[in-house]
Structures are given as structure tokens and as C-alpha cells.
Design a protein around this ligand. Structure first.
Ligand code: NAI
Length: 295
């Protein structure tokens, strides 16, 4: 079991740390343009592993050849939005990075599944899919999994009991929505109010500590585990649609079964009219943005 990373910053390294603890990983390889950061993270992770009685091979560097043979490559490379930078500026900048990363992954580890985390994640997943030329089941993004974890926590704080299922779908961004069709919990409150809390909560973390990484790390680990242990779990993931729900040529958050082949199946629940309207809205926005990026 080998996990590769492109991007060894806060999110990438915390995902590696989580996977090291939770999975029987044989190899971890961390690539970053900041070579010393990648090497330092690899050393720190190796020391942590020894404390758990684990001795996987953990390497870091800026050369993509270390990714060879990865079962899955987790991509967090990119910039965060800087003051004065528009949403489009950020998407343009990160799309340039993802294009380059796609080419290099295909040269070094063409068989790997690719989990995209870099924001705006739905757009970056699409760019990765297009530029890598991989089949659509092998490239997918993490966004709504994290949104749904935040939703669960918010519902818990509002006293909602027995939360069996509570998912956010659509864009990992402003147009995301709580699926009314799929929610399964006791005493569900008014969802619009809950959604505005969930949307606000990530910005609140970023305002206070500068970034989010524990939540993203667990969300990513859940998806990585599903692939590496072939759990075939159903979860919200950003996936390339080809006619599902009536949409094509876009990556957006919908229910999917994740297993050893990546996206094993997109689960086309008959969504209620409100959910369909919200999904249509996310798809429309994402397609407009893909056009701005030249796709
Ligand atoms: P960070 O700045 O700590 O790490 C990013 C790393 O990428 C840096 O170490 C940087 O050197 C590296 N990098 C930049 N360009 C590169 C290139 N061309 N090749 C290789 N490495 C490169 O940022 P952080 O906090 O780890 O966030 C990473 C990304 O993940 C951001 O885009 C952020 O918005 C996104 N994110 C997405 C979430 C989601 O739910 N999808 C949740 C949290 C963060």
C-alpha cells in the first residue's frame, strides 16, 4: 500500500499523518516544490511512525519519480487566496499548477488513482481529469465529504439525534446545499438556517487559525481508506458526470461509491425537485467557471 502526495503543506502533511496512524501503509512519498519541506515532513512522519511501532518507507523531495507505484496520489499543491486576489485569479493560478502536476504524475505514476483537494476543488478535479487523460473513475475530488462532516457537527450542536445520513452536495463552495432527499436523522430543524451556519463555519476557523487541516485530513483519509481497502463506501465526492442526473462534462459533488477502482459507481438517487434545482445551480456556476478557465 503506497500513498503519494503532491503538496506537503498543512493539509497534505496532516493527511499523511492521519493515514500513517489509521492505515497499514507500506510507503509514503511526499513531493513539494519546497524540497526541504517535503524532506522534513517525511522525517518527522517517520519518527512518529516509529513511536507506533511502524516502519514504513517514507520519503520526501521535489522529484516526482518518488511517486512511482503509488496506489493513490493526493494532490493539495496550490496557493490559498491572497489579499486582492479574485476567485478567478486563484482558480487560474491553481489550474496552472494542476496542469503541470497532472503531466508529472502521468510520467511518474500513471496507474495511480488521483484524489484532488486543491481548491476550488470541483474545478481542479475537472482540470486534473482533462489534463491527465485518465478515465473518469480514477480522478475524483474531496469537498462535500468535509462539508458533510461540518453539517453533522452543526446538527449535533442543535440537538439533532440519530444522524444516520446528512450530506451536503453540489459545489464545494457557496452554492453547496444540504440534500433534503437524503437526510436521515431525528428532529431535523429548518435546513436553510443550518446551511448558512455550515457555510460560515470554515471561514470562522480560517479567520482564527489561518487554515483548516484536521477536518480535511479526516475527510481525505475516509476516501483514501475506501480506495486502499476497497470498502465500497458511499460518500459525497466530486466526480466527473457523463449524463448522471442529466449533467455532463463537469465535476461536482454527488453520492458515489468509492472502492479500489476509485469511483465505482455514481449513485443516482431520485432527488427531490429542490435538490435537483440546487444541483443544477451548482453545475451551471461550475460550467461558467470552467469556461473562464478555457475548458
Ligand atoms: P499550504 O500552502 O500549506 O500547502 C500547499 C503546498 O503546495 C505548499 O507546501 C507549496 O509549496 C506546494 N506547492 C505549490 N505549488 C506547487 C507545485 N507546483 N508543485 C508541488 N507543490 C506545490 O496549503 P494547505 O493549507 O495545505 O492547502 C492546500 C490546498 O488545499 C489549498 O488549495 C486549499 O484551499 C485546499 N483545501 C481544500 C479543502 C477541500 O475540502 N477540498 C480543505 C482545505 C484546504
Amino acid at each position: 500500500m503506497k500513498i503519494g502526495f503532491v503538496g506537503a503543506g498543512r493539509v497534505g502533511s496532516t493527511i499523511a499523518f492521519t493515514c500513517l496512524q489509521q492505515l497499514d501503509v507500506e510507503e509514503i512519498a511526499l513531493v513539494d516544490i519546497m524540497e526541504n519541506l517535503a524532506i522534513g515532513e517525511a522525517m518527522d512522519l517517520a519518527h512518529a511512525a516509529a513511536g507506533l511501532g511502524k516502519y514504513p518507507e517514507i520519503v520526501g523531495g521535489s522529484d516526482y519519480s518518488i511517486l512511482e507505484g503509488s496506489d493513490i496520489v493526493v494532490v493539495t499543491a496550490g496557493s490559498a487566496r491572497k489579499p486582492g486576489m479574485s476567485r478567478l485569479d486563484l482558480a487560474m493560478k491553481n489550474a496552472g499548477i494542476i496542469k503541470d502536476v497532472a503531466r508529472k504524475i502521468m510520467e511518474s505514476s500513471p496507474e495511480s488513482k488521483i484524489l484532488v483537494i486543491t481548491n476550488p476543488v470541483d474545478l481542479m478535479t475537472y482540470v486534473m481529469w482533462k489534463e491527465s487523460g485518465k478515465s473518469r473513475n480514477e480522478v475524483f475530488g474531496m469537498g462535500n465529504m468535509l462539508d458533510s462532516m461540518r453539517l453533522k457537527r452543526t446538527l449535533h450542536e442543535l440537538g439533532v439525534k440519530n444522524i444516520n445520513k446528512a450530506w451536503i452536495l453540489g459545489e464545494h463552495g457557496d452554492s453547496m446545499f444540504i440534500s433534503r432527499t437524503l437526510i436521515d436523522a431525528e428532529n431535523v430543524p429548518e435546513l436553510e438556517k443550518v446551511l448558512s451556519e455550515v457555510r460560515f463555519v470554515a471561514a470562522e476557523v480560517i479567520k482564527r487559525k489561518g487554515a483548516t487541516f484536521y477536518g480535511p485530513a479526516i475527510a481525505a483519509y475516509r476516501m483514501i481508506n475506501a480506495v486502499l481497502n476497497n470498502t465500497k463506501e458511499e460518500m459525497p465526492a466530486s466526480v466527473i458526470l457523463k449524463g448522471e442526473f442529466g449533467f455532463s462534462d463537469v465535476s461536482v459533488g454527488v453520492p458515489a461509491i468509492i472502492g479500489k477502482n476509485g469511483v465505482e459507481k455514481i449513485v443516482e438517487y431520485p432527488l427531490d425537485p429542490q435538490d435537483m434545482e440546487n444541483l443544477r445551480n451548482s453545475v451551471k456556476l461550475l460550467k461558467e467557471r470552467l469556461k473562464e478557465l478555457g475548458y
